[in-house]
Structures are given as C-alpha cells and as structure tokens.
Design a protein around this ligand. Structure first.
Ligand SMILES: [Mg+2]
Length: 243
C-alpha cells in the first residue's frame, strides 16, 4: 500500500475513533444531567436487584399455590389459576387473597418467602455503584421486608440502603396501586420530583411517573410513554450516572 494511502486510512480511522469518543462523552454527560436533580433513589427488589435468571419467583409461586390450595381447599390447577388471576387483578396474589378471602397477610408472607437463596451471588460492582449514588437509597418491594433483607444479604447489598420497605409498610396495598406508593412516599418523606424509581415490572412505573419521578425499566424494552429509561444491565446503567 502506498505511504499516502496508508496515512489517509489511518487518519480516517482516527477520525472515526474521535467521533465515537465525543459521542460517548456527550451520552454520559446527558445521562448524568438526566439524574442530576435526583436525591431519592428507589429500587424494586425482585428481578431488579438480582437477575431474573435467579428465578426466585419459581420457588415463591410454588409456595403461593400450596398456600392457596390449603387456605381455599382447592386443587392445584384452580390454586394456580387464582394465584395468577389475583396477581393480574390486584397487583399481588396476597392482595386478592386478602380482599376476596380475608386471609391474614403475615403468616402468608412468612411462608411464601421461605425459599432457597443459595444460588444468589454477591454483586460487588452493583454494591459500589449504589453506594456512590448521591442521596437517600431505598428498597421498596411488594414482598415482605424479611424477604428483602435476606435477598439483599445474599447479593452483598446489605447495609447500603437507608430504608427497606416491604408490603407490610404500605398497609398491604401493592404496587402498582397509587395508595401503595403514597404511603411509602409519606413515610419516607420522598420529594417525588427529586426521586428516581427502578423497576422490572413496567406497570409499576406508571404511578411513579405521574408523581413526578424519573422512571427506569430494568428489563426488556416495553415502550410506554411513562418510562424514561430502559436497561437490561442495572450495574452498567448506574455506572453511567455516577461515573
Ligand atoms: Mg420486581
């Protein structure tokens, strides 16, 4: 290859590299700006602070079905249908069981969350990025606090959150209902226009958006006008905010 051709090729490659570098820098700057007002960081727990491949719900659902079978004296097929039906209709199976069958929530919550977490791994990088977020860090789950504390410990995320709220703290109102968020917002003193919510269930982001929060879907894309950002890699996403 003639010398001047080689030089022009190198120049072109260097130009492309520079362009990509500038594009990356402006993307990171835009990401930082998008979250620069945030002082309250609210994280869902299940399938948000651990990967869905951990399949904890597979275990929880078996326990829920057993509970419904025993409590309502129905067979497995009917219990499985009701578990799903109540989840769809009321946000959680528990909510349906409370509303339609007057079930006592605490024994239910304890039983369905007695699951094996041995396969969960600690995530040091995620821990570091959450710690680096400026402001108050909160976990808010439709599960119980007992479950949240166990999972956080198994993931190596214990001790870095300022508060951990379970469904027992929202008067057993589940996300996505507005009263659920309202109780947590009031309890914690969250200024919603300065808060961000991270969730794997798209429907749980609509009310936070309406309340003025920045919304981040942690999971596969689900185009909704109330979702501001989407990522399938929470650790990488947070690294762009705190870098
Ligand atoms: Mg979840």
């Amino acid at each position: 290859m003639p010398f001047d051709t080689a030089i022009s090729k190198i120049t072109a490659i260097a130009g492309l590299f520079l362009l990509e570098l500038v594009a990356r820098q402006s993307y990171f700057a835009a990401m930082k700006t998008a979250f620069s007002h945030v002082t309250h960081w609210v994280f869902d727990l299940d399938n948000t602070l651990y990967p869905p491949e951990a399949a904890l719900f597979d275990q929880i659902e078996v326990k829920m079905t057993e509970y419904v079978m025993r409590e309502l004296k129905v067979d497995e097929q009917r219990a499985s249908y009701l578990r799903e039906h109540y989840w769809q209709t009321y946000g959680t199976t528990l909510s349906g069981m409370m509303r339609e069958h007057d079930v006592d929530p605490l024994p239910y919550l304890n039983e369905v969350h007695e699951i094996d977490l041995d396969h969960l791994t600690k995530d040091i990088a995620l821990r570091g990025h959450i710690q680096d977020l400026p402001g108050r860090k909160i976990v808010y789950t439709n599960g119980s606090k007992f479950h949240a504390d166990r999972v956080l410990e198994a993931r190596g995320l214990d001790g870095i959150f300022d508060a951990v709220y379970g469904i027992e703290h929202s008067d057993f109102h589940p996300k996505p209902s507005r009263p659920a968020y309202q109780v947590i917002v009031d309890t914690d003193g969250i200024e919603t226009t300065r808060a961000a919510m991270f969730e794997d269930d798209p429907r749980n982001l609509e009310v936070p958006h309406d309340m003025g929060m920045k919304t981040v879907l942690v999971g596969a894309p689900a185009p909704r006008d109330y979702i501001h950002h989407q990522t399938e890699d929470l650790t990488a996403f947070l690294s762009q905010i705190v870098r």
